[in-house]
Design a protein around this ligand. Structure first.
Ligand code: NAD
Ligand code: FE2
Length: 383
């Protein structure tokens, strides 16, 4: 029987202190690194939560002079990063701690990039080869996830949108990997059901898309299979009747999803990103709704992959269709919608959505090619 009350250390892909109470080690860790002036980056909701106040109090008690930056958008934009960077410099910080969901951790990572890299932020966009400019130092950077979804805590990229168009851009460099992660499932205990479900389905999407993404990457595939199994076992309990075991499994599995998607993502993320761009839809929710449709698109020609996933999810019927049906039902059981119309998508949005989807960065790794017409058809199906 696994004991979820102990803290474990994992050293892959970075140092991870994982377990209930791991957050209590943050202050001593900073002191041990001789860091005393952290910039804490979080969001406008998390800053008001009890656990956040406790973390801050604990840091102050150790004579750590914290500055908190929380003025960020739900889908963070470049100006958020520039503001945070200016505060870092004006208040003479010596390290950055991102505490929150993917949004806060991504902004924290982008600020870390910003400090010693002064080109236009989007010059560092990975898709235009911007990582070659990431040659300077990056401040000591720590992540503390408070949702179990994006896995951004172990990511090397930050997804930041343009202020005017809301187009998502990816800033990437291996230098942006956190030096240490404090992954404490207790911080997610109060996460409301809807956010638990939506972020959890993002994590499931990462594991599933990474598993079937093209290319030979058995390392990531092994992690992805294990990750999807853990989520399948625990997402319902974590959403509807959370306990330490389900919260712990969701937290480690979301982190695994982000490790796995080094291999690539696919059609589902390219269907989801335009919804955030156009309608400011939460990233996880956008993935959750599109997941069954995008997976159905991928079945033919990849039946063996679907069989492996169905087996991992303990389905009796191991066909791709049965797995897709399972995903629809899973969404329903955790209180998420199964159609785009339920998340304010209208007929007139479909063409602009398809334009954005075909330009998205995720689908080139999909196991089969996706055309603009395919995207349009998938949106029509899901409407
Ligand atoms: N870097 C990456 O690899 C990567 C991957 C996928 C997505 N993303 C990005 O991550 C963002 C989405 O992240 P997310 O899904 O974690 O959502 P989020 O960061 O927007 O958090 C969702 C909501 O939950 C609240 N919240 C966070 N922790 C809480 C807690 N413990 N209790 C109560 N409420 C809490 C937040 O305030 C917010 O309102 C998007 O910007 C997306 O583009 C990044
Ligand atoms: Fe995602």
């Amino acid at each position: 029987m696994t004991n979820f009350n102990t803290i474990r250390q994992y050293n892959f892909p970075t140092t991870i202190r994982f377990g209930a109470g791991a957050i209590n080690e943050l202050a001593d860790h900073l002191v041990a690194q001789n860091l005393h002036n952290p910039l804490i980056v979080t969001d406008p909701t998390v800053i008001q939560l009890d656990f956040f106040k406790k973390i801050k109090d604990k840091l102050f008690r150790k004579n750590l002079w914290c500055e908190v930056f929380s003025d960020i958008h739900k889908n963070p934009v470049k100006s958020d990063v520039l503001k945070g960077g200016a505060i870092y410099k004006a208040t003479q910080r010596d390290c950055i701690v991102g505490i929150g969901g993917g949004a806060a951790m991504d902004v924290a990572r982008a600020i870390a990039l910003r400090i010693h890299h002064h080109r236009d932020l989007f010059d560092y966009d990975d898709l235009i080869g911007g990582d070659k400019y990431v040659t300077g130092e990056v401040p000591y950077f720590i992540t503390v996830p408070t949702t179990s979804g994006t896995g951004s805590e172990v990511g090397r990229s930050a997804i930041i949108s343009e202020d005017d168009t809301h187009r998502k851009r990816i800033l990437f460099s291996p230098k942006l990997l956190a030096k240490i992660v404090f992954a404490d499932p207790m911080l997610t205990m109060e996460l409301p059901p809807f956010i638990t479900a939506a972020t959890g389905m993002d994590a499931l999407t990462h594991n599933m898309e990474a598993f079937i993404a093209k290319d030979f990457h058995p390392l990531c595939e092994g992690i992805a299979l294990q990750g999807m199994g853990l989520i399948n076992q625990s997402i319902e309990t974590a959403t509807n009747k959370p306990d330490l075991e389900s919260r712990s499994k969701m937290m480690i599995a979301s982190l695994m999803g982000a490790v796995a998607f080094q291999k690539g993502l696919g059609v589902v993320h390219s269907l989801a990103h335009p919804l955030s761009t156009l309608l400011d839809t939460h990233h996880g929710l956008a993935n959750a709704v599109n997941l069954p449709y995008g997976m159905r698109f991928n079945i033919s020609g990849f039946e063996d992959r679907f069989k492996k996933m169905a087996r991992m999810m303990d389905l009796q019927n191991e066909s791709g269709e049965a797995l897709v049906e399972h995903l629809f039902q899973l969404n329903e059981r955790i209180g998420l919608p199964t159609q785009l119309r339920d998340i304010d998508v209208k007929q007139e949005h479909l063409e602009p959505l398809a334009d954005l989807a075909i330009a998205d960065f995720a689908h080139p790794n999909n196991p089969k090619p996706v055309s603009r017409e395919d995207f349009l058809n998938l949106y029509k199906e899901a409407l």
